[in-house]
Design a protein around this ligand. Structure first.
Ligand code: ATP
Length: 252
């Protein structure tokens, strides 16, 4: 298995992603109330918070799936607030939504092929990268020619993440990769994210699984009521049970 990943271009000084005072309305509802969030380059940033705090809405707003009504979203210092979703994706951002966004009737291979913009058929996919993905997620190789809809929840989740990394991306945004997964599968997912981190990929993860967050997070932002109410180093939050209780209502 190769752990060599093609390099990402991450030399500029600006943070990979910044939200400044972002407000989002969904219909008549005011959901985000001035979100400030910084995702440093080359780090894994955890976005935590109680149910309904606004985490998914924040991710969807970054991706242009909801339109910010106020404030700015900056990618590598460039304003992407008003860009449509496909244009944001073209800026080397991959988003794995909570429902995973895979095509149930298509094979695992076809799912990856659709996500690989540079390839028209499997033979044109980057073989070295594919082997790396198979090493991270053996289920992707095992079920290569099977319909993705027939896979288990954990295997689908792996296909969803594999789609996001089938080509090099500067930023991965992933909504609850551990949701509904058995502990053994979570362990595999953690190992895969550790490898992605080691490869220098910048990652923004929403998580409810605190063991997962603690193991992987470099930085952390905690949301409550549509705002970021705490930001800092994951290690500092992991060491402070009082802070965990007050921010999350439980200890890590
Ligand atoms: N389409 C929608 N229409 C109306 N309200 C919505 C919609 N989507 C989300 N909300 C509301 O926005 C708030 C934030 O939801 P969001 O899904 O962003 O929270 P979350 O932190 O991701 O929660 P969870 O951890 O439960 O997934 C919630 O009160 C939710 O009910």
């Amino acid at each position: 298995m190769s752990t060599q990943v093609p390099p990402i271009h991450s030399t500029a000084a600006a943070p990979m992603l910044e939200l400044r005072g972002v407000h989002t309305h969904i219909g008549a509802y005011h959901i985000l109330h001035g979100v400030d969030l910084t995702v440093p380059r080359g780090q894994l940033t955890m976005l935590l918070g109680r149910n309904g705090a606004g985490k998914t809405t924040t991710l969807r707003t970054i991706m242009g799936l909801w339109q910010a009504s106020q404030g700015r979203v900056l990618l590598g210092g460039e304003d992407i607030t008003r860009l449509p979703t496909p244009a944001i994706a073209r800026q080397s951002v991959a988003y794995v939504p909570e429902n995973m966004g895979i095509f149930a009737d298509l094979s695992v291979k076809e799912n990856l092929l659709l996500a690989a913009r540079q390839a028209r058929h499997a033979g044109q996919m980057d073989e070295e990268r594919l082997q790396w993905i198979f090493g991270l997620f053996p289920a992707v190789q095992k079920f290569w020619n099977h319909p993705a809809g027939k896979l288990s929840g954990g295997q689908k989740q792996m296909v969803a993440v594999a789609r996001a990394i089938v080509e090099p991306r500067d930023l991965l945004i992933i909504d609850e990769p551990s949701k509904g997964l058995a502990p053994a599968i979570i362990h595999k997912m953690i190992a895969a994210f550790e490898q992605l981190k080691a490869a220098g990929v910048t990652i923004l993860l929403v998580e409810q699984n605190l063991a997962f967050a603690k193991r992987l997070g470099d930085s952390v932002a905690v949301m409550d009521n549509g705002r970021v109410v705490h930001a800092g180093r994951m290690a500092d939050l992991a060491a402070d049970t009082d802070l965990q209780q007050s921010l999350l209502g439980l200890a890590l």
